[in-house]
Design a protein around this ligand. Structure first.
Ligand code: TMP
Length: 246
């Protein structure tokens, strides 16, 4: 039976301690994981969604049942949060407000989709997860956000759960941003809020991903995304086969 302790500011401004009884929300528990959780990470225009789709097809060919999902926007509630987060003026939220909204999306995504699916033995492939928050809201903003805040949010919303494998698609942000802006030209709703932050932001977050991967080599694999779609898919299949002994 899981419970979390946390400090809250009461309306009178006095700090108090509360205990969230997770057992009140049994459906919100992280699974003991029968299915595998694979996340794709990287900057803009690195080809995550294309590669995720190809991996899903490959796994299905091995009769490994799986779903494709994404953050933000993997659920109905998430779709509304996604619209707020990825469209419009880049300065409409600061990094803390952004992180809170991304975590709201993540919590709904986990409790209503990711965990129940894994509990049923079905693999989940997600286009982005919590590493995106560290990359964008921490490294992207030149570490001006308190990293501890992001770690606390992770503990509250996600607990001890983490991906079984995280594939970072690494690409020069100049190339990625160009691809991304080109793609957005054909879209009715322009999802370019983060793209418009400029090269420094995107160079920072690329470095952030590489740093995170170094810190947790047992979870992360970094692949060169400057390859053809087919070649990169072969690399990903190799990693997945090795990692899960397929
Ligand atoms: P994408 O679906 O094209 O990757 O768009 C999602 C955008 O949201 C992308 O610019 C990265 C950004 N993002 C964050 O800034 N923080 C997060 O935690 C997540 C999940 C995404």
């Amino acid at each position: 039976m899981g419970s979390l302790k946390g400090k809250v500011a009461t309306p009178k401004g006095v700090d108090g301690e509360v205990e969230w009884q997770m057992e009140l929300f049994p459906e919100c528990k992280a699974p003991s994981s029968k299915g595998m959780f694979i996340t794709f990470e990287g900057g803009e225009g690195t080809g995550k969604s294309t590669q995720l789709k190809l991996l899903s097809e490959y796994l299905l060919s091995l009769k490994i049942n799986n779903i494709q999902t994404k953050e933000p926007g993997g659920t109905e509630v998430g779709q509304e949060l996604r619209r707020l987060l990825v469209t419009g003026d880049k300065d409409k939220f600061d990094a803390v407000a952004e992180a809170l909204l991304y975590y709201a999306d993540r919590r709904v995504h986990l409790t209503t989709k990711v965990w129940p699916t894994l509990n049923n033995g079905i693999w989940v492939l997600s286009d982005r997860f919590a590493d995106s928050t560290v990359a964008y809201q921490y490294y992207g903003y030149d570490k001006r956000v308190d990293k501890q805040l992001l770690d606390e949010l992770y503990k509250i919303a996600v607990g001890d759960f983490k991906p079984d494998l995280t594939i970072v698609l690494d690409l020069d942000p100049k190339v990625g941003l160009e691809r991304s802006f080109k793609k957005a030209m054909g879209m009715e709703t322009k999802e370019t809020r983060h793209e418009s932050r400029g090269l420094k932001f995107h160079t920072n977050l690329r470095k952030g991903y590489l740093e995170m991967a170094k810190q947790e080599p047992e979870r992360f694999v970094v692949l060169d995304a400057n390859k053809s779609i087919e070649r990169l898919h072969i690399d990903i299949v190799q990693v997945v086969k090795e990692r899960f002994k397929l």
